[in-house]
Every structure is written in C-alpha cells, then in structure tokens.
Design a protein around this ligand. Structure first.
Ligand code: VGL
Ligand code: ZN
Length: 216
C-alpha cells in the first residue's frame, strides 16, 4: 500500500505511559507499539495525536462511584460506560505523549475526556457521539481523506476513532501491529477485541501490518 502524503495522515491514539506497563491502566505489551510507531512516523508526511486527558474524579473512574469496581459497566445518560482505574490525569507525567515518540511530524494534538461527566474514547467525538473534538474540521481543512490509526487501545479508543471516522466519510486503516488492546470479556466467550474487529470490518475498515506500507 502506497502512502500519499497529500491526503494520508497517521493518527496516534493515546500513546501515553498511563496505558503502558507500569501505568495506571496498563495495556498488555502497550509499550511494544513505540518503536513501530516511530518507524511509521518517518514514513508518513503528517501525523496527529490524541491524549486521554481527564480531571481527577472523572466520571469514568470506578473510584468516583462508591461500591463499584474497575471494569464494572454502568449506565450513564449517554449510554453504557465501563468504569476504569484512575488514569490519564491531565497534567501528570503519565498522561504525556510517551517521551520515546518522535513528535517532529505531529502537527496537531487533541486532548479528550476533560469534561468531568462525559467520557471520550474517539479522536472525533465524545462518548455521547455528538460533541465534536474539533479534529474533523482540522482534517478537512487540511484535505486529509485517509486516516491510518495506531496506538492504544485497539478495542476502545482506536476502535471508536475508526468508527467515527468512517461515519464522517474518511477511509480508515488500522495498523494492527502498531496497536495493542485491552480485551475485556464480552458476551459468549468473546472479548472486546473480537467485537471491535467485527464491527470495524463490517464498516469497511482495513487492518494491515506496518510492513505493508510504502512511502510515495
Ligand atoms: C482508553 C479506556 C479509558 C483508551 C481510554 O485509550 O483506549 N481506554 N480511557
Ligand atoms: Zn480514559
């Protein structure tokens, strides 16, 4: 697959220590994406990044709901919400973009999840799926039409970003070896990874390995 630097952009989703081993919401092997993403950043002309950026006491934290445990699911006004360990606290070191990432080609950074009562997985909309982050307008004004996604976590923030981008008319490609997932149990012995992959495939999202990409 050929990269077209005029219309293709690499999106780094939540490449933050808080989602890596030693962090507050560690994704298994989450730090393994770092060298792969740095190699990708050298091949793409342009990149954007997101940061999960929550205030202390955020409504997505189990600690904000007495009697609840991390990974319980509750009903919020905007739908189902998984409760997480406290993570991605705005302004803390583990919420920074991982320092091993070469940010030279990251032209815009979107911070999300800063409204105390509304979670935000996607780079494009908050979890009510109608409050925009502003990234859509930026992408359109810059004339990007294809978004290549990498980062954490495959089954949450990467998957929700991919879905929203497809619904907005972008072509979306997930670079699977540059992502890692959380993999919570879902129904019928399936995991959130299985469900995310099926949902995205049905929407026309492509899954590739970084080795399949060639600079223009
Ligand atoms: C994420 C759970 C909570 C993610 C963020 O980056 O996938 N997951 N907040
Ligand atoms: Zn979060």
């Amino acid at each position: 697959m050929q990269i077209d630097p005029r219309h293709d952009i690499l999106g780094l989703i939540d490449v933050q220590p808080t989602f890596m081993p030693g962090g507050e919401l560690p994704v298994t092997d989450g730090d393994a994406v770092l060298p792969v993403i740095n190699r990708l950043l050298r091949r793409f002309g342009h990149a954007f990044a997101t940061q999960d950026w929550h205030p202390a006491g955020h409504a997505s934290f189990a600690s904000a709901h007495p009697g609840r445990q991390p990974y319980d699911t509750i009903e919020m006004p905007y739908g189902q919400q998984v409760l997480w360990p406290d993570h991605g606290i705005a302004g803390t070191p583990s919420a920074e973009i991982h320092h091993d990432i070469d940010q030279t080609r990251i032209e815009v950074i979107i911070r999300k999840g800063f409204r105390p009562h509304l979670d935000s997985y996607s780079a494009l909309f908050e979890n009510d799926r109608e409050t925009p982050t502003g990234l859509e307008a930026w992408l359109r004004q810059r004339e990007f039409t294809r978004i290549f996604l990498c980062g954490l976590a495959t089954d949450f923030c990467v998957a929700w970003s991919a879905e929203d981008a497809v619904h907005l008319g972008f072509t979306v490609i997930v670079i699977q070896n540059a992502c890692r997932g959380i993999g919570l149990p879902a129904s019928d012995s399936r995991t959130t990874m299985d469900n995310a992959r099926d949902r995205l495939t049905a929407l026309g999202v492509m899954f590739i390995d970084s080795g399949a990409l060639h600079p223009a």
